[in-house]
Design a protein around this ligand. Structure first.
Ligand code: ADP
Length: 509
């Protein structure tokens, strides 16, 4: 039935979309997944689709964010032969967008999302997130939601697609739904010992290497890929890379088997939050025609990070999970050579791996005024780094999409990146002869390549200021908003429904 979207336009083919996610802004966030879930669900709803988001009610979610006139209700969920009871809180966020928070204290009332403060994975993670996945489908039954699309994200909610395809739902609400799986990072697959399998309630015959089995244990993402009608990842380059053993963490055969049902859709970014002309979290706004504000943001960043207050010295920003994926162990082998040989400063914000935290945390004492480090998670400081830095470094070993380099483009903070995945797709290489490009890319994952490319960017800053300024202007005008990406997801949903239809016909003949 046609509906009006938020602009009052008639939408011909509105879909009922069930989003099942382990994190979404503004409620809970550990990384890019939350940004994508929050923004994409909102955009789809704005366009006139009916979107239901189901996520855990974590201990850390502020009560005021979920406060709602709708009272919570109890719901039972069968996990294999175990019956569990949870509470469900619901909140209407905007027209067509409804969030449901699964409140199950045994699984979600904890300090962290996936691990404790010592970074140890919670042992019952497969049970926790399979429970979330199953609860989302039970919710459809309870609230009579009839999704056209069940959209799962990463290993955490991959189980939903197995439940969708293999359960004999005693209600008509789920039979028509096609399954879409978005892989935000194939490095995390949800691999656990087999013990949990019975509780998860998957079919015994699905514990095979083509579906859930992985070296004797369970691999949740594998099962999700198998059961999804369409699988996508978050940039075209990463989609290609993950078809090779080097990047797939073992899943390339399964992805190749999907053929053209495996695609790459670049993430968009939310410019309502990440744009220096309207950012409410930075000291002073600025835009391409007047960059004075950026100078002030730089001075404030230098102060916040205990760096020397020198306007002419380029500041290199880093905001990152401290994990091997992000290449920070490579940078650890070149950062001291960089500050010893170049006139630069670093403003580093991140947390994660204990060894990396210790190493980077020790640098300000060794290089006072030159390297500023804040270990922790701090959104306001992240905005200050984007706005105040001159260059932004991401030496990732792999990067499914990456958001910070896209934010950096908009803030005129030229990215220096390893040419991989979404970094390669979003940053255009600087050409010294013509002055074109939006950033500086390198290919080898080595400390030397980082050193050389930072050197190239720093010399451009000092020696070719006209090029640097023109690149800033070009970068700030780039548009990676959700408009285009949302269209691609709508296309993926259409394809998923076709794939499902073909599958259904085949299996009823
Ligand atoms: P990933 O999801 O792999 O961590 P992305 O670049 O896709 O990497 O997204 C990271 C998101 O998390 C960005 O929005 C970034 O600003 C934010 N972020 C990462 N680390 C921190 C931190 N220490 N403090 C504040 N924000 C952070």
């Amino acid at each position: 039935m046609p509906v009006n979207n938020i602009k009052g336009e008639i939408m011909k083919d509105p879909q009922n979309i069930l989003f099942i996610v382990s994190e979404s802004v503004p409620f809970a966030k550990s990384g890019g997944l939350a940004d994508v879930a929050g923004a994409l669900s909102g955009k789809l709803a704005e366009k006139g689709h009916r979107v239901t988001v189901v996520m855990p009610y974590y201990a850390g979610i502020p009560v005021e964010l979920t406060r709602s006139p709708e009272p919570p209700f109890p719901m039972n969920v069968w996990m294999g032969n175990t019956e569990e009871w949870c509470l469900v809180h619901s909140k209407k966020i905007q027209k067509n967008l409804h969030y449901y928070f699964i409140d199950f204290q045994k699984y979600f009332f904890r300090e962290g999302l996936y691990h404790d403060h010592a970074m140890h994975d919670y042992e019952d993670n497969p049970k926790r997130f399979a429970f979330l996945s199953q609860a989302a489908l039970y919710l459809c039954k309870t609230k009579q939601i009839k999704p056209d699309i069940v959209h799962a994200h990463d290993w955490q909610t991959s189980a939903a697609l197995a439940y969708l395809k293999t359960h004999h739902w005693d209600c008509p609400f789920l039979g028509g739904a096609a399954g879409v799986l978005t892989i935000h990072n194939i490095g995390y697959q949800g691999k656990y010992p087999r013990d949990a399998y019975e509780y998860l309630g998957f079919r015994e015959k699905d514990f095979v290497p083509e579906i859930f089995e992985d070296h004797g244990g369970i691999n949740l993402l594998k099962g999700g890929i198998h059961f999804a009608d369409i699988v996508n990842t978050v940039s075209p380059s990463y989609a290609n890379e993950t078809l090779t053993p080097e990047y797939s963490h073992g899943l390339d055969p399964l992805l190749r088997k999907k053929g053209d049902r495996y695609i790459g859709i670049l993430n968009g970014v939310d410019y309502a939050k990440w744009d220096p002309s309207c950012d409410t979290l930075i000291a002073r706004t600025y835009h391409t025609r007047n960059m004075e504000g950026k100078k002030q943001c730089k001075a404030i960043l230098q102060k916040k990070m205990d760096l020397y207050r020198q306007e002419q010295i380029p500041v290199i920003g880093i905001i990152s999970r401290m994990a091997a994926q992000k290449g920070l162990h490579l940078l650890a082998k070149s950062i001291e050579a960089i500050v010893n040989n170049m006139q630069v400063q670093f403003a580093i914000l991140g947390s994660g791996d204990k060894n990396l935290e210790d190493y980077y945390g020790s640098l300000p004492r060794k290089y006072p005024g030159l390297i500023g480090v804040h270990i922790g998670y701090d959104n306001v400081l992240a905005h200050a780094v984007e706005a105040g830095a001159d260059l932004f470094l991401m030496p990732s070993l792999y990067e499914p999409c990456g958001l910070n380099q896209i934010y950096s483009l908009r803030y005129g903070t030229l990215p220096v990146v390893r040419a991989t995945g979404g970094l390669d797709d979003t940053v255009e290489q600087y050409d010294e002869s013509s002055g074109t490009g939006t950033g500086f890319k390198f290919y080898d994952a080595t400390p030397r390549a980082i050193f050389d490319t930072v050197g190239w960017a720093v010399s451009t800053y000092y020696d070719r200021p006209k090029h640097y300024r023109a690149m800033q202007e070009r970068a700030m005008k780039k548009d990676f908003s959700w408009e285009e990406s949302t269209l691609r997801y709508e296309e993926a949903y259409r394809r998923a429904k076709e794939v499902k239809k073909t599958y259904d016909i085949k299996h009823t003949l």
